[in-house]
Design a protein around this ligand. Structure first.
Ligand SMILES: [Zn+2]
Length: 184
């Protein structure tokens, strides 16, 4: 089937990589990671999470989950497992962050949002998908909180990158500090 939508997700963790999520999803009994792409926050592992270590070069990295090519057809090996009822007609992108296992919110980084925008502008162009068809998981399944950021503001941001300020939550105390700042 052809790709109609791109679905945004969050990992609901303060840390992670495609490799780490591949482990989590295999533990669910799946054969591999369910997302097509992962955008990392620079905190790759639980050890780094505990130590509050954020690696700048890993902040806003795009990693393959289930890789896909640039045509509009989802082939069997490209088909993700991320949005029940929509997997054969969509791609799934996971932003590391959101809610941790204890219900505490974690900020996504500006670097993640900027990279997500670069990726989505490209994908929507190549795959001929309007920005209105970039949706959040909870917009398809209202029982979900995922992706834990405001999708209306996110879609505005795709058109106006200066609107990044509306996506980053400054109201909440930041849990994570930059490694460089930490050392000062
Ligand atoms: Zn989701």
């Amino acid at each position: 089937m052809s790709i109609e939508r791109i679905v945004m997700h969050c990992s609901a963790s303060g840390y992670g990589t495609a490799l780490e999520i591949d482990r989590w999803h295999k533990a669910n009994g799946w054969n591999r990671i369910g997302y097509n792409l992962v955008i990392t926050n620079g905190i790759p592992s639980y050890d780094c999470y505990k130590l509050k270590l954020r690696y700048p070069w890993g902040n806003g990295q795009v990693e393959w989950g289930r890789a896909f090519n640039d045509n509009n057809i989802i082939e069997p090996n490209e088909r993700g497992a991320h949005t029940l009822g929509l997997n054969s007609r969509s791609l799934g992108i996971c932003m590391i962050g959101g809610k941790d296992g204890h219900g505490k919110m974690h900020d996504f980084t500006p670097e993640q949002f900027h990279k997500a925008r670069i990726v989505l502008v490209h994908l929507c162009n190549v795959l001929d998908i309007p920005f209105t068809n970039v949706i959040g998981h909870r917009e398809f399944n209202s029982a979900k909180e995922c992706p834990c950021f405001n999708m209306d503001k996110f879609r505005e941001f795709l058109v106006k990158p200066q609107n990044i300020v509306h996506l980053i939550d400054h109201g909440e105390e930041r849990v994570w500090v930059n490694h460089e700042k930490d050392r000062r």
